[in-house]
Design a protein around this ligand. Structure first.
Ligand SMILES: [Zn+2]
Length: 334
């Protein structure tokens, strides 16, 4: 996959293309940014550019080497991902995976001149694994490149971070998501436009809920909040109970609340002129904004952001959701 196939990450792609062309590649990169915005795709494109013999500083996407990489069978390009070692366990990257990586690094390249090792969700390395990796980062072999991919760089040890060249990936613009949905997923322009607006910069959100259908999901969420009484503790437990079995549902629900809340803030500050996520629900938004005060809405935004952060980090999800709902209820009642 040539770099031109990566949509919406022009900044990161430009940096990497330039370093590849100059031959000034770092031995270790950290690709950092929220989930599902193209970090892993870019890492694969980088690996192809390193291995492809046809194009300098980029890849052709068609030669045997490029095709092997896209099928995950190139002997000099390896991707490590978190594993759940027992049923239901949290996925981690374990010490034996890093040892396997180190064994691979110590060998000569089999097909090309360089080797590329990628670690996805690198923040999920267990301590032992991170310590072992540190040794490799301290004495990088000249013929290998490492790419650590993460949405949570803060969870990596600073000793690891300081030895990597960080490349930051931005949330995707609405236009980029729309382009991806049309070009790569074959959606109609109309449908892509609506889906892109609700995606909030992450393709993962669109993909995760595509089959559930994002818009009908939003209607269900809206129905749910209309029945709510945030001041009533019983109804809060009822809502959190209904979501507590599924982290993805909880996050989607909180993200919906956050985007709805953002629209209310925007209306309070800028009237109808602001860019609204739920522009098609303007009547409902205007009606609700009349009863809300800006300080409470800003406070809700903080509470929701914190709850989403906790859920993403796998803090007990029902606790996170309840804390958020109770916090918002207090605010509304007071
Ligand atoms: Zn090629």
């Amino acid at each position: 996959m040539p770099f031109s196939d990566i949509i919406g990450q022009e900044g990161a792609v430009e940096i990497l293309g330039r370093e590849l062309s100059n031959g000034r590649i770092s031995h270790a990169y950290l690709f950092s940014g929220m989930g599902c915005i193209g970090k892993k795709q870019t890492a694969l494109a980088f690996a192809m550019a390193v291995e492809c013999g046809r194009v300098r500083g980029d890849s052709c996407g068609e030669c045997l080497s490029c095709r092997k990489i896209s099928h995950g069978v190139h002997p000099d390009v390896r991707l490590y991902v978190p594993e759940a070692r027992t049923k239901g366990a949290t996925e981690k990257i374990y010490i034996d995976q890093i040892r396997d990586l180190q064994a691979g690094i110590s060998l000569r390249p089999m097909e090309g001149e360089k080797k590329v090792f990628m670690i996805d969700d690198a923040d999920r390395m267990v301590d032992q694994a991170a310590n072992a990796l540190l040794k490799t980062l301290e004495e990088p072999p000249p013929d290998s490149f490492l790419i650590l991919i993460t949405s949570f760089p803060d969870l990596l040890p600073s000793t690891v971070l300081s030895r990597c060249r960080t490349v930051r990936f931005k949330p995707l613009s609405t236009d980029s998501v729309e382009e991806i949905l049309i070009r790569k997923m074959g959606l109609s322009k109309d449908k892509a436009k609506v889906m892109a607006r609700v995606s909030q910069g992450s393709l993962g959100r669109v993909l995760n809920v595509a089959e559930k259908d994002l818009l009908s999901q939003r209607d269900r969420f809206m129905e749910r909040i209309q029945k709510w009484d945030l001041g009533n503790i019983g109804s809060i437990f009822e809502v959190s109970e209904s979501f507590s079995k599924n982290t993805d549902d909880s996050i989607e629900f909180l993200e919906f609340l956050a985007s709805w809340n953002r629209d209310l803030i925007s209306i309070k500050l800028r009237g109808e002129k602001g860019m609204l996520t739920h522009a098609d629900k303007i009547t409902e938004l205007l009606e609700e904004s009349r009863h809300k005060d800006i300080a409470a809405l800003l406070n809700h935004a903080d509470i929701l952001e914190e709850a989403i952060r906790r859920l993403r980090m796998n803090v007990n999800q029902r606790f996170a959701l309840e804390a958020a709902l109770i916090g918002m209820g207090k605010e509304t009642a007071g």
